[in-house]
Design a protein around this ligand. Structure first.
Ligand code: GLU
Length: 295
């Protein structure tokens, strides 16, 4: 490596070079380095601590095509993962220093509160109940709840189909769709089946234990894309699900940093590129960049 870490500190241009050059380059003469880019953040801030550590833990899904799906590479891939990488890059941490922690819906607040992860980006709807325990940066996308059925199902055309009391629907514990669907289901105990992941719901649909799976349209579109001709959406979206990035409740500076990073990514095209390379391939619309909510 021709540039030392000290040289990389000298100018903004050198900083940029330092990050590019160190990412995955094993020729560095600085053998003790984690390969990160030294940035200047407020002393004691989460950003400074993470930058100094040179590594980060990110909570995301491992079973959601287009958003967070762990494939053959052994690392999750998708829009959420790409958004995480944009934030991690801005922290001066190389992508290979991200430890991904599988974060099913029901544990998201817990892993933020107990510090298992530094932030969560996991199709995570911003809502007031969750805001009692954690804080959200974003939104960075707005999804909407929908219903997945087998391609030849003509009986279920929307959530009202569950009012008759004979159809079973699957969702995930601790998710907003699991709560929302209760207002349509005649008998929750017999009709609503809950698992910890959407994968298990889709398996239950395949096996005929349930007639439908309900969650956000974009998650369902991922399953449709991965299984051509097998499933379809039953009708229109019937809720709004703005996706946020979960951080510790009192960490306003980190939240502000992530919101600034999102706005930068909206402006420089990296947010749109992240979408186009991932979930955008599955037929959902990105729409205009949502205004971040600096509450
Ligand atoms: N966006 C919804 C939620 O945060 C559903 C997706 C999910 O379970 O991750 O609960």
């Amino acid at each position: 490596m021709r540039f030392t870490r000290a040289a990389a500190l000298a100018t903004a241009a050198a900083l940029t070079f330092g990050m590019t050059a160190c990412g995955g380059n094993s020729e560095s003469g600085d053998s003790g380095s984690t390969g990160g880019e030294k940035k200047s953040f407020a002393a004691g801030s989460t950003m400074e601590k993470l930058n100094t550590a040179g590594s980060i833990k990110v909570g995301t899904k491992f079973d959601q095509p287009g958003f967070g799906l762990k494939g053959l590479s052994g690392k999750p891939e998708g829009f959420d993962v790409s958004v995480a990488k944009i934030i991690v890059n801005e922290l001066g941490i190389p992508e290979d220093k991200i430890e991904y922690v599988e974060t099913p819906s029901k544990v998201r607040e817990d892993v933020i509160v107990n510090g298992t992860v530094d932030f969560v980006v996991a199709t995570y709807t911003i809502n007031d109940k969750r805001k009692e325990r954690i804080a959200f940066a974003g939104p960075y996308y707005e999804a909407g709840q929908n219903i997945l059925v087998k391609a030849d199902d003509a009986a279920i055309t929307g959530p009202d189909a569950f009012k008759a009391g004979d159809k079973k629907v699957c969702s995930v514990t601790g998710s907003t769709p699991a709560e929302n669907i209760k207002t349509y289901v005649k008998d929750v105990a017999s009709q609503l089946v809950l698992f910890d992941t959407y994968d298990k719901c889709v398996t239950a649909l395949d096996g005929g234990q349930v007639n439908a799976v309900t969650t956000d349209n974009v998650i369902l579109l991922g399953y449709i894309a991965k299984n051509e001709g097998k499933y379809k959406l039953a009708g229109e979206n019937f809720t709004k699900e703005p996706y946020g990035i979960g951080v510790k409740l009192d960490d306003k500076d980190f939240r502000t940093f992530i919101n600034d990073t999102l706005e930068k990514a909206y402006a420089d095209g990296s947010w749109k590129k992240a979408w186009d390379d991932t979930a955008g391939k599955f037929g959902a619309e990105l729409g205009a960049a949502p205004a971040v909510n600096r509450y």
